[in-house]
Design a protein around this ligand. Structure first.
Ligand code: GLA
Length: 390
């Protein structure tokens, strides 16, 4: 990436007051559980969105997307969803800040901002959350807003709901802000309590295989899954009103309340809820494996998660299934699954270091011949969350 401070200086003819970088994320296990009061196990990675920022006094926001060569200027006090998607991630959090500080005297009188990044977009690595978190963190520093990281994560999530129209959970923003080097974070999405665990992989690495595909239905299907889960929960609550979330529901209750509805809509709801309840349990067991140092058992659970996401939750796609299938029988791959919302993006794989090159080459060749699409491959390291850059 270019030096973000010099880029800001080039564009605005003065030095920025500060610069921030916010990472993308991976998620080891716990998919589509965040908005269902479950657990997730993400980590921040060595791919970033960077911003440099300086104040204005005329009530305007000047936004420069360096990678796209685009500049957009908007009045700060009339922000509404915009036709350009990257702009929404940025102004969505500005809107949240203005609502939160709820002040009549213009604390924030406009600002200049340059933005760039090396998180591949559409790969399921949460580049949009990284944009939101970088901007929020920068505003928090610049205007001394005293927001905690958790408050910022919740504001970024709201921004995504209101400005990008995706009813996402909290995982991506949480992970980008709270990441720590070489640690995964178990987030309890009901209480928002979290615990760091060292990820000790010894002779293994995390490798991402990027389908470089994003099927168009990704965000609409995401919102549909959320609704299906809410419907399922309501149906269970008709019989058991005291069960408030999926956290209190076991597989027996899902079977009892949903399994015998044989019209196709209800069959789908049963499948979704079955997956969610199983995945919530699986994450807790996987963390026990992690603590016990049993990465083989951990990896098996990743394969099981993929199976559930593909067959029950139906958020995979042929390309992702192909990539997981391709490594499933390989003794040097201890775990693999699709990662993130689905319908494209990456698979996450835990692969023996000595085999990474050979496996990557073979899979890339097979993927190309199956889908006429090159595979992108990222070896990732786990890094700190959002921070100021010197
Ligand atoms: C997307 C969302 C997250 C989470 C995942 C699926 O990344 O932004 O909140 O729901 O999908 O686990």
């Amino acid at each position: 990436m270019l030096d973000i401070r010099s880029q800001f200086l080039n564009h605005f003819n003065y030095a920025p007051l500060l610069a921030v970088q916010s990472p993308g994320r991976i998620n080891l296990i716990g998919e589509h559980t965040d908005y269902n009061h479950g657990f997730v196990l993400p980590a921040a990675i060595d791919k970033y969105i960077q911003v440099a920022i300086g104040k204005r006094t005329d009530g305007a926001i000047h936004m420069v997307a360096l990678d796209l060569g685009q500049t957009i200027i908007l009045p700060i006090h009339h922000l509404a969803p915009h036709a350009t998607s990257w702009v929404n991630y940025l102004i969505g959090v500005v809107h949240q800040v203005l609502e939160k500080i709820n002040t009549k005297d213009d604390l924030i009188k406009g600002f200049n901002i340059c933005i760039q990044g090396n998180i591949p977009s559409g790969a399921g690595l949460s580049s949009s959350a990284a944009v939101e978190c970088a901007v929020l963190f920068a505003l928090n520093e610049l205007y001394e807003l005293q927001l905690t990281k958790m408050e910022m994560a919740l504001m970024a999530q709201k921004a995504e709901h209101q400005f990008a129209g995706v009813k996402c959970g909290l995982m991506d923003m949480f992970a980008s802000l709270h990441g720590q080097k070489n640690k995964v974070i178990l987030l309890d999405c009901a209480s928002l309590a979290y615990t760091y665990y060292p990820l000790v992989l010894k002779d293994y690495s995390i490798v991402l295989f990027d389908t470089q595909i994003k099927h168009a239905l990704a965000s609409s299907e995401y919102n549909t899954r959320r609704l299906e889960c809410e419907q399922g929960l309501k149906m269970i609550q008709e019989k058991y009103p005291s069960l408030k979330t999926f956290r209190n529901i076991n597989i027996e209750k899902v079977e009892e309340c949903l399994a015998f509805n044989n019209n196709s809509t209800n069959a789908k709801i049963y499948q979704r809820c079955k997956y969610v309840v199983e995945e919530i349990e699986r994450v807790q067991l996987a963390v026990k494996d992690l603590v016990a140092g049993d990465m083989l058992a951990f990896g098996k659970k990743m394969f099981a998660t993929h199976e559930g996401l593909s067959k029950l939750y139906e958020v995979s796609c042929p390309e992702l299934d192909f990539l997981v299938e391709a490594v499933k029988q390989n003794e040097n791959v201890i775990g693999a699954r699709m990662m993130g919302g689905g319908f494209g993006g990456c698979t996450i794989n835990i692969i023996k270091n000595s085999a990474v090159d050979a496996i990557s080459q073979e899979i890339a060749a097979n993927y190309l011949s199956a889908y006429q699409q090159p595979l992108a491959i990222y070896s990732t390291s786990i890094e700190a969350g959002t921070h100021l850059i010197a």
